[in-house]
Design a protein around this ligand. Structure first.
Ligand code: CU
Length: 459
């Protein structure tokens, strides 16, 4: 939808004007520090005042190629990027737009991540703003360009959906704030005051850029964290004051969709007709079952790990694939839940597909403690949390739900419970046609004390 002359001569010329004005202002030395961050990519690695650094680009991912449907797999285009990887031709089936976490890469490595997007986009989290202990959070964004579509010079942004900005400057909605043209850098500054689960996405041509994959989950940890008097782990979903949202482990469940025809069209320089939207795949954390229970990619343990699950990278800066799964190189996040009997487990659901979801946990009741980054409390403080085996939420909505892992039954190493979208077509994707997987994963409950304490979400 981004290719009409009207938009080319509207938004883009505005951005050129705005970018020129900002660069000029930065050059005068009187601009606030964030304006001075509009730096060329070549000096990006010298800029250090950010917590995370994302790059927007395009790429390819893997989805099951059977049963056959129109526009899938995408024909001879995908192998064009397989040249630098050790995986067979046609491994990657689906063209995407997306982000990569380029924190710590040098400028040469960073430039090589064009056409190396991941799906979903990098997950990240921040602490509640509490100066001077917890300062503002700074997210740098650069635009690496689209490798498959050099004809498209789309800008990108990060829009933190549901974040209460006082001013629109860092909102990422491109007509009300700024967007990042190819080769430029912008640093978003956030003061996260409301704990809970959110999502973010690029807001440029947002139907297209969201659907193509420029989206993921972000959450805010409450100031109450570290208080072991209310709950032994000292980990909480909210500033509850009573330990009711305390948990031992947390797992992100990010819902998205892929309409194969639209992805095929973008790869083949065709214009998707978004009003015909008819998604073929329903994804959890960027994968379809049974890939949802395949391992995570190996994650870095450097400074970037404080705020994100950042996959390890090779000498070129490219992603290291999950063990034994080269086809999941650009889908680094597992949705497998593992826990010990008796532990409290927080599930952070967010949905940036375009359809409603009904996620059911068979055999275990979940307690909904938060909705759209708001704790379940009435205006007088009344506890409005509730128990359910199924949570319903639409596009752009989030749910925080905690379950207590039931007693271990045996006889296997763990007990398995199933978490799935009860709109069965979306946990099977095409009703009656086996092989597509979908929004389905497993909860594995081990005997008490088996697993060590969790050190990062989804691990
Ligand atoms: Cu974008």
């Amino acid at each position: 939808m981004s290719k009409t002359p009207r938009k080319l001569f509207g938004r883009r010329s505005f951005l050129r004007g705005a970018g020129g004005a900002l660069a000029l202002a930065a050059g005068t030395g009187v601009a606030p520090p964030f304006l001075r961050k509009l730096l060329p990519v070549g000096v990006a690695s010298a800029a250090d005042s950010y917590d995370l650094f994302f790059g927007g680009t395009d790429g390819w991912m893997w989805l099951p190629p059977s049963p056959p449907i129109s526009y899938f797999p995408p024909g001879p285009l995908a192998p064009e990027i397989a040249g630098s990887t050790a995986v067979p031709k046609d491994t990657f089936t689906t063209y995407i737009f997306g982000f990569r976490n380029v924190t710590g890469l040098d400028s040469t490595q960073m430039a090589q991540q064009k056409l190396r997007a991941q799906h979903n986009a990098p997950l990240f989290w921040v602490k509640q703003y509490n100066p001077p202990t917890v300062p503002e959070f700074r997210l740098a964004l650069t635009n690496l360009g689209l490798g498959m579509r050099p004809d498209l010079t789309d800008a990108h942004t990060v829009h933190w959906h549901g974040f209460r900005n006082v001013i629109p400057y860092f909102d990422g909605e491109p007509t009300g704030s700024v967007a990042v043209p190819v080769g430029r850098i912008f640093v978003y500054v956030f003061r996260p005051r409301d704990p809970g689960t959110y999502m973010f996405h690029c807001h440029v041509e947002d139907v297209e850029h969201v659907h193509m994959g420029m989206t993921s989950l972000v959450f805010v940890r409450p100031m109450q964290d570290g208080n072991t008097a209310l709950y032994p782990s000292g980990k909480y979903a909210y500033n509850d004051g009573d330990g009711s949202t305390g948990f031992d482990r947390e797992f992100v469940m990010f819902l998205s969709e892929v309409w194969a025809e639209a992805h095929w069209a973008d790869a083949h320089i065709q214009l998707p007709e978004w009003s015909d939207y008819r998604p073929d795949f329903s994804l959890l954390n960027g994968r379809v079952y049974p890939d949802t229970v395949a391992p995570n990619a190996p994650f870095k343990a450097d400074a970037s790990a404080v705020h994100s699950l950042n996959p390890q990278t090779d000498a070129n800066g490219d992603l290291v694939a999950p063990a034994g799964r080269p086809d999941l190189q650009y889908q680094p996040y597992s949705a497998l839940v593992t826990c010990n009997a008796g532990e409290r487990v927080l599930l952070r659901f967010a949905n940036l597909g375009f359809r409603e979801a009904a996620m059911t946990l068979a055999g275990i009741k979940m307690k909904v403690v938060g909705k759209d980054a708001t704790p379940m409390r009435g205006r007088d403080g009344t506890d409005t949390s509730f128990l359910t085996s199924s949570v319903n939420f639409g596009a752009g909505e989030s749910i925080d739900a905690i379950f207590t892992a039931p007693a271990y039954q045996g006889p296997g190493a763990y007990d398995t419970y199933v978490l799935y979208n009860r709109a069965f077509k979306r946990s099977d994707n095409l009703a009656g046609a086996d092989g597509f997987g979908g929004q389905r994963t497993e909860i594995r409950v081990y005997p008490a004390g088996t697993l060590p304490a969790q050190t990062a979400p989804n691990t």
